[in-house]
Design a protein around this ligand. Structure first.
Ligand code: FES
Length: 229
């Protein structure tokens, strides 16, 4: 069976052999050179506004979500880096011997590395610079609440006829054995620190756990059955 081949007419070309001139011109005139307006081109992707919008939202959400996770990670890393661990000396727990090391009513002991004084108050020491009637172990921050000078215990210092006080060398603020301010420009009494005593009687002062001093300083002293009486 013979196969018929049809030649595609080109504009301006001569009629093919065996084709009349009119037929050739008609074929050229009906040849499509452009799609009609609105006609669909097979295989072309139609643009859909709702699909484009949701794709943009997804990309935006992914971007900001990733940014948030990265920021959270950075902040967490920074906090972890800055968090104090294993602080030794001032700012952390400082060992201060045994409770049996502190004779009742004796002069306060100084711990320079922890910046505190430790004293076993005798309730019978009723002198003006004494215990204020309280008993127990009390830790006092040695920093003067006025301008921060280190406050020494002055066993020989006499103030208003009574001997033995904490006395700041900078501007003369004066404190009782329990750190209560009685004279000078300091705005308050000496600050106190928390004390832990374990079952074996070991004393640890939490130098980072401080409370502003006040007239109730002596009442913050802690009692322990092994404290010398
Ligand atoms: S710093 Fe102690 S009285 Fe001024």
């Amino acid at each position: 069976m013979a196969t018929e081949t049809r030649e595609t007419p080109e504009i301006g070309s001569s009629p093919a052999a065996g084709v009349s001139g009119d037929a050739w011109n008609q074929a050229i005139a009906t040849r499509k050179t452009a799609e009609a307006p609105g006609a669909r081109i097979p295989g072309a992707q139609a643009s859909r506004p709702d699909v484009d919008a949701s794709r943009r939202q997804f990309i935006r959400a992914s971007f900001f979500g990733g940014l948030g996770v990265a920021l959270l990670g950075s902040v967490g890393f920074l906090l972890d880096f800055l968090y104090p661990r294993g602080v030794k000396g001032f700012g952390g727990p400082v060992a201060a011997g045994k409770v049996t090391d502190y004779a009742k009513g004796a002069n306060p002991k100084h711990f320079a590395d922890g910046q505190f004084w430790l004293v076993n108050l005798d309730p019978a020491e009723s002198r003006p610079g004494g215990s204020g009637g309280a008993s127990g172990l009390l830790a006092l921050w040695h920093k003067c609440p006025h301008l921060g000078c280190t406050v020494p215990w002055r066993a020989e210092f006499n103030y208003e006829g009574d001997q033995g006080w904490f006395r700041c060398p900078c501007h003369g603020s004066t404190y009782t054995k329990s750190g209560v301010r009685v004279f000078g420009p300091a705005p308050r009494s000496m600050d106190t620190m928390a004390i832990d005593i374990d079952a074996a009687g070991n004393v640890v002062v939490q130098t980072g756990d401080r409370v502003p001093g006040g007239p109730d300083n002596a009442k913050r002293a802690i009692k322990h059955p092994q404290l010398p009486s």
